[in-house]
Design a protein around this ligand. Structure first.
Ligand SMILES: [Fe+2]
Length: 212
């Protein structure tokens, strides 16, 4: 498997280049501000960029799509209720095949209603649902509840599953479910009420704990 984390620019946006070494079919996940980087890298690796997969429909994750539609004839893959143009939809629990590579789709609403995470082998692309040491922004009501439930789903995965977030917001660019389970303050809260309380007081918590 080819799997590369690419820093796109924007607000430290991360995207991912995934490729199947057998069929040479590839996908750009959230190419956003730097679609040409994905074309260049796919060219270097001899990969056909057949799909653009977006973890959710926020502008800073989909704004590179048109470029790859025009320049690579890529098809856009998004969650079924996405609020953005797509060619192919995916659903919770679906296995999306990239050549012989199996991508497991996990619907993770909260930060965005059409949010998905993507599990490929032991690697989990978490979009804006889970960052290293942080979680995606939500309101303090229904969205927070959905995000909390989505995060509980992610915490059901094994500790050694690698976490690849949608932004470089943490102390390191990637981590693991085990690391997040131990160290992410939002994931160490005992219940939903404490989770929301931390969200409401996040600015003060960061200042007290020296988190940037
Ligand atoms: Fe977002």
């Amino acid at each position: 498997m080819i799997f590369e984390q690419i820093l796109n620019g924007g607000d430290r946006n991360f995207g991912y280049l995934i490729g199947d070494e057998e069929s040479r079919i590839g996908a750009a996940v959230d190419p956003s501000y730097s679609p040409q980087k994905y074309l260049d890298r796919a060219g270097d690796l001899g990969i056909e960029l057949k799909y653009v997969i977006c973890t959710h429909s926020h502008h800073d994750h989909v704004n590179g799509n048109d470029y790859l539609i025009e320049n690579a004839s890529a098809e856009v893959v998004m969650y079924k209720d996405a609020e953005y143009f797509f060619d192919v939809t995916v659903e919770d629990g679906q296995k999306f095949m990239l050549g012989s590579l199996e991508l497991q789709i996990i619907h993770t609403p909260g930060h965005c209603e059409d949010g998905i995470c993507i599990l490929i082998g032991r690697k989990l692309i978490t979009g804006d649902t889970l960052f290293v040491g942080k979680v995606g922004g939500t309101d303090l009501n229904e969205e927070a509840r959905k995000e909390y439930d989505s995060l509980q789903h992610l915490l059901s995965f094994d500790d050694d599953i690698e976490v690849y977030p949608g932004h470089d917001y943490g102390a390191k660019p990637q981590s693991t479910i085990g690391y997040e389970r131990q160290n992410n303050p939002f994931l160490t809260q005992p219940d939903f009420e404490s989770f929301v309380h931390l969200k409401a007081n996040w600015t003060a918590y960061k200042a007290e704990n020296g988190i940037s």
